[in-house]
Design a protein. Sequence first.
Length: 231
Amino acid sequence: MPPLTNADDMNRQPRIALIHATRVAIDPIETAAKALWPEAETISILEEGLSVDRQKTRELSGDMLRRIVDLTRYAEASEADGVLFTCSAFGAAIDRANAEACIPVMKPNEAMFDAAFGHGGRVAMIYTFPPAAAGMEEEFRDAAKERGSDAEITSYFCDGALEAKRAGDDARHNLLIAQTARTIEGADIILLAQFSMAGAADEVRKFTSVPVLTSPETALAEIRRRIETNQ
């Protein structure tokens, strides 16, 4: 965050740019922001082409990397104090954007991973968007190594849930994820990988006694910390 220089700046609300690759991720993080940091101003930037194009390739292309960096620059030009991406399939590109930005830029799941390490070494992750899994697993292993954790992650794909969400059938989306959670054995913690899955948490908890973490709440708390401490 730039230094405060006058009374108007000191009274200005902090502004968070939320960058989405799918519209189903918007409501969960905006709801979390209103509940956990109501003083902050949020602006949502939607670029659905990223999600469409990401499904067509196994690896992040140079074009997608440039688009992520350009979106971050746009957020900076919009006077954002921090940027939070809400799609889990662009980790390496978001790292590049963060390295080049003058404000904090966060991947959607890094805060959730940090929280998971405190629950034990057997981490289960449910995901609904196939391109997100490999990158998230790599991010998890990198984070575990950096923090000296021996935690291991096992991923579980929930087929049909994302399609139900996109069709507006939240009840089916939540039930399918809960049913997937019920099949998980021996886990210390269950992660719901994507922001769009956050609304399923209460239903999942009916099917399992294992603690459940979602991305929006942990991410919002961490981007607030980084903005307020200028990190």
